[in-house]
Design a protein around this ligand. Structure first.
Ligand code: NAD
Length: 249
């Protein structure tokens, strides 16, 4: 039990096959109470209920700072304290550079990058007042290798922005006892990729993955658990690859 007595907030955790909900399940098994935040409010409440009565689901659009502050107040009131924040919400769009219009650019950057800033801003005062906290942010292999499989250049740019933002926050917030880290998954089988992968694509992709399988949501949940728990008490500003060796550098 690595999170006994701790409380965690996970954004983008309503999706049934998603990384966020798999992480919420793992955290609950390790003794944490979890607040599931998602733009799909009823999905968030259903997901929380599926974990047990001590967990809460809260509707929250991470691109709206006021909404993030309201959701943070709700989570802090429900639990009395929040120890862990996972900035996990994200959206992708498989387009090429010349196909990116202003609205698509803003949507991808808003959810994947601005959302990390806003939700962090909503919890930092609380964490500062307690002199402790762990924030983990979702980036992607797409940030490191200039595109994954399903993300366009705007997605790569936003996820690369997450790495810079998280490292800068780690530097700034370390003296307040707040750690900030990132995970960079490769291709993980969730609804974000679901249905878009042909057998031929799968064979091609596997040639570049030394562990010879695609990732599962639970693979990323394990990395989040390490970053959330005291096992990583001296780790901040780090980036943890969860990609089966797709990018060894
Ligand atoms: P998913 O689609 O199952 O989950 C994304 C969740 O984010 C959904 O529940 C969705 O409702 C929520 N969301 C979308 N916009 C939101 C907003 N504005 N505010 C709050 N919630 C919002 O996909 P997933 O694969 O579990 O993705 C989780 C994270 O992992 C994303 O940030 C994604 O970019 C990242 N990621 C995924 C992969 C992969 O291969 N699946 C690889 C690298 C990174």
């Amino acid at each position: 039990m690595l999170l006994e007595g701790k409380t965690a907030v996970i954004s983008g955790a309503a999706s049934p096959r998603g990384i966020g909900l798999a992480t919420a399940r793992l955290f609950a098994r390790h003794g944490a109470r979890v607040a599931i935040l998602d733009i799909d409010g009823s999905g968030a409440r259903e997901a929380a209920a599926s974990l047990g009565p001590q967990h809460v689901g809260i509707g929250c659009n991470v691109t709206d700072l006021d909404d993030c502050r309201r959701a943070a107040d709700e989570a802090i009131t429900a639990f009395g304290q929040v120890d862990i924040l996972l900035n996990n919400a994200g959206v992708t769009q498989p387009v090429k550079t010349m196909e990116i219009d202003g609205a698509s650019w803003r949507r991808i950057v808003d959810v994947n990058l601005t959302g990390v800033l806003y939700l962090s801003q909503a919890f930092i005062p609380h964490m500062r007042s307690r002199g402790r906290g762990s924030i983990a942010c979702m980036s992607s292999v797409s940030a490191q290798r200039g595109g994954g499989i399903f993300g366009g250049p705007h997605y790569s740019a936003a996820k690369a922005g997450v790495l810079g933002l998280a490292k800068a926050m780690a530097r700034e917030l370390g003296p307040d006892g707040i750690r900030v880290n990132c995970v960079t998954p490769g291709l993980i089988q969730t609804d974000i990729t679901g249905g878009k992968l042909t057998d031929e694509m799968r064979r091609d992709i596997l040639k570049g993955i030394p562990l010879n399988r695609l990732g599962d949501a639970e693979d990323v949940a394990g990395a989040y658990l390490f970053l959330a728990s005291d096992l990583s008490a001296y780790v901040t500003g780090a980036v943890i690859d969860v990609n089966g060796g797709m990018l060894i550098h």
